[in-house]
Design a protein around this ligand. Structure first.
Ligand code: PLP
Ligand code: ZN
Length: 417
């Protein structure tokens, strides 16, 4: 329910507002402030919504539509219906780590198996509103999956740009939806630079370039769901993976919005950020006490997090510092251990980004940076089936035998001895 709006066509959203200087502009396809080049964010008029109204909504992220920049759809919205993924109590993982209370928000359950379906859903609604017939993106993999699938369902054209060294599991799972898949000999930051040029020249809706302010709001639904699924309350801490830094900042924004709406009680919480050491510009800035982020050249198996020049890095640092959290990073071998630990303890097969989160949580515990008694929500943002290469070398048959009973008994007693 919105009280009043100046642009009723987009719910409670009334403008794009510069995060640096506060200048406002129309709700069109732009992402940088004309005054100071600062990033633009969606601004809303005050909204009122009750727990009951949300609970009566669709079983998807659209139950929060009154808190998103979308035309109110009264539950009848088209598309892949992402969200309302499982919040899994992870007692076995907690026990293995000597922690008390751990949850896994498992966004591998989304339509294309990562949290990117959420951001694409909000961007696509706006692409449609603004009349774009082609949607596009610069992607580290999962976003390309999500854009290609959503475009197929919406009967829009898609053009997605990815680094050519992506995991086969992400190339195939994007190409299968049709659309144009452009592989670029370069890293994500090269891809992103090219996409900014293409966006300036073509009338396309780039979900994470000219539609980025809308896209970014979609990540709030992760935070909304965590709070609702905990029984309308906030956890002590969240550990979020960091690529551009957008997801981390929006989970915090979601918590603050819920507090502001009176949907959850106000209480302190800590936000922690997780990166792979081979691409850890935000973690390095945190360790050095810097506000400015020095771009790096990514080299890690956590390709979905391999953004060397993260657009929202400084804002992610602000959130972590304001909430008393921390940023940390883990080596690729630890990422594989993290994937394996989560799979063996909870039966959840995470992609490399999830391995980064689990391993970072373990490291934060070991270093005393997070209280083992704290109730923690770990964000698993993607599915391990897309990054099989990461675990294939350490995951194979326990033994291979001829189809002989004796052979089986011999080998089995050996491994269980
Ligand atoms: C994109 C992505 C992230 C990080 O997203 P940002 O909002 O750019 O920080 C995390 N995990 C997975 C699996 C992703 O695909
Ligand atoms: Zn500005």
């Amino acid at each position: 329910m919105t009280s009043q709006t100046t642009t009723p066509s987009l719910g409670a959203a009334y403008a794009l507002k510069c995060r640096e200087c506060g200048a406002t502009t129309d709700l069109d396809a732009s992402y940088a402030c004309v005054e100071c080049f600062g990033p633009l964010e969606v601004a809303y008029v005050p909204t009122v919504v009750s727990r009951e109204e949300i609970e009566a909504g669709p079983n998807s992220m659209w139950r929060y539509e009154s808190l998103l920049p979308v035309v109110p759809g009264a539950g009848g919205r088209p598309g892949l219906q992402p969200g309302l993924t499982k919040l899994v109590r992870a007692d076995n993982l907690a026990a293995a780590l000597g922690a008390k209370s751990v949850w896994v928000k498992d966004d591998s359950g989304n339509p294309t198996h990562s949290f990117k379906d959420r951001v694409v859903a909000v961007a696509l609604e706006n692409a449609r509103r603004l009349g774009f017939e082609t949607i596009a993106c610069a992607s580290t993999g999962n976003l390309a999956n999500a854009v290609a699938a959503a475009a197929a369902r919406a009967e829009l054209k898609s053009v997605v740009f990815v680094p050519s060294n992506l995991e086969a599991g992400k190339i195939v799972t994007t190409a299968v939806y049709g659309g144009t898949l452009v592989a670029i000999d370069g890293n994500y930051d090269d891809v992103n630079r090219l996409c900014c040029e293409v966006a300036a020249a073509r009338d396309w809706g780039f979900v994470n370039v000219n539609l980025r302010p809308y896209y970014a709001e979609g990540s709030k639904t992760v935070g909304f769901e965590v709070a609702e699924q905990l029984g309308w309350r906030l956890p002590d801490a969240v550990v979020s993976p960091v690529a551009s830094g957008s997801l981390l900042t929006k989970v915090d924004k979601a918590f603050r919005e819920f507090v502001g709406l009176g949907l959850v009680a106000d209480r302190p919480y800590q936000v922690f950020g997780a990166q792979a050491t081979g691409c850890s510009p935000v973690s390095q800035a945190f360790a050095a006490g810097h506000d400015v982020i020095r771009p790096v050249k990514p080299d890690t198996i956590a390709k979905s997090l391999a953004i060397g020049n993260p657009a929202d890095g400084p804002y992610a640092l602000d959130v972590v510092r304001r909430t008393g959290g921390a940023m940390a990073d883990v080596m690729d071998a630890e990422v594989v251990e993290g994937i394996s630990l989560l799979a063996r303890t909870e039966g959840i097969f995470a992609e490399t980004a999830g391995g980064v989160v689990v391993a970072t949580y373990r490291k934060l515990l070991r270093e005393g940076l997070i209280d083992p008694a704290a109730e923690v929500v770990l964000l698993n943002t993607g599915d391990g089936l897309k990054t099989l290469d990461a675990v294939a070398p350490t995951s194979g048959p326990t033994f291979t035998i001829s189809p002989s009973y004796d052979d089986f008994e011999n080998h089995y007693s050996e491994v269980t001895a």
